[in-house]
Design a protein around this ligand. Structure first.
Ligand SMILES: [Mg+2]
Length: 314
């Protein structure tokens, strides 16, 4: 698979990264369920423990069970309406087009993704939804009447990494379980990890940041400068070696995060275009031309070799 311009990706967590707080806490929990959000999350924790389950599935279940008890509307449309009012950090709305324009100048094809444990339906209703190639987030299943009846997809801290591999192999559909597991040699993957930058802020981002960092991509810790807790979380991500870059959650032009994004794009562009300039001599001993290609990598010579490479890569 080839793309006209080298494809690069900015992937973002949502809560605490692009938007302050948890998305359910702004209106849904306090106004529609009539609860303090601390009480809601405490109940989620108790339920997950009691059921020996996943807290993501527990919060999704409780959202629906409590909403049903209060006769709250559960259609996809209603979730999107709730999402439309989510507050965002400063400058977020103008960020994507500015980065896209820079990427185009650098002859890169930049795509944006969300990888969040929050609700997909809420993010899809937000005014920035159209900027994303895909919004990977926890999603509800809907019945024939159009009402949410249970979870269809739960994205937790470790399943977040699955979506990085989906981007890496450009196998983007959530439901696909075949193509994502096919062997694809590192050199043949449409978006190498060193062309992925992940922006995140906390606990659910740790395995994702670890993976991005270990594979040569950029893990950026975003923090709220008005929150001591958020800044402590960023320092912890740095101290534990999960993130190696950081910036305050201000997405306006020329803010530190914006300058960092520009530098990352420049670096990715230089690396991608250098790779395209690699010209190895033809090896006369081999029947097929140029078996050795860019980044010192070995191109697939046999299925056996490809499997060995894939195992090494995952
Ligand atoms: Mg977060």
């Amino acid at each position: 698979m080839t793309f006209e311009r080298p494809r690069v990706v900015f992937a973002y967590d949502f809560d605490g990264t692009l938007a302050p707080g948890n998305m359910q806490e702004h209106a849904f929990i306090p106004r529609e369920l009539g609860m303090a959000h601390e009480d809601f999350w405490a109940e989620v924790k108790l339920l997950a423990r009691a059921q020996r389950g996943d807290p993501i599935l527990a919060y999704m279940h409780l959202m629906l069970a409590k909403a049903r008890a209060k006769n709250v509307e559960l259609t996809e449309e209603s979730w999107k309406r709730r999402g439309a009012d989510l507050p965002l950090f400063p400058g977020v709305e103008g960020w994507f087009e500015r980065q896209n324009a820079r990427a185009a100048e650098l002859e890169l094809d930049l795509r944006h993704f969300i990888i969040s444990s929050g609700n997909r339906e809420l993010i899809e209703g937000s005014p920035i939804a159209h900027h994303f190639e895909k919004i990977y987030a926890s999603a509800f299943m809907f019945d024939e009447a159009g009402d949410a009846i249970g979870p269809a997809l739960a994205v937790n801290y470790t399943s977040k990494t699955q979506y990085l591999f989906r981007i890496n192999k450009w196998t983007l559909e959530e439901w696909d379980e075949v193509a994502i597991n096919k062997v694809l040699a590192k050199d043949d993957r449409p978006v190498p990890f060193d062309r992925i930058a992940f922006f995140g802020d906390g606990l659910t981002d740790i395995p994702t940041m670890r993976l991005v960092t270990d594979q040569g991509g950029a893990a950026v810790a975003v923090y709220n400068p008005d929150s001591a807790r958020s800044m402590a979380a960023a320092r912890e991500l740095r101290d534990d070696g999960r993130a190696h870059m950081a910036g305050p959650a201000d997405y306006t032009e020329n803010a530190p995060l914006d300058c960092l994004a520009q530098a990352l794009l420049t670096e990715m562009s230089a690396r991608a275009h250098a790779r395209n300039l690699v010209a190895w001599p033809t090896d006369p001993a081999r029947r097929s031309p140029s078996p050795l290609v860019g980044e010192g990598g070995l191109r697939r010579r046999s299925d056996e070799g490809a499997i060995a490479l894939a195992v090494q890569n995952i």
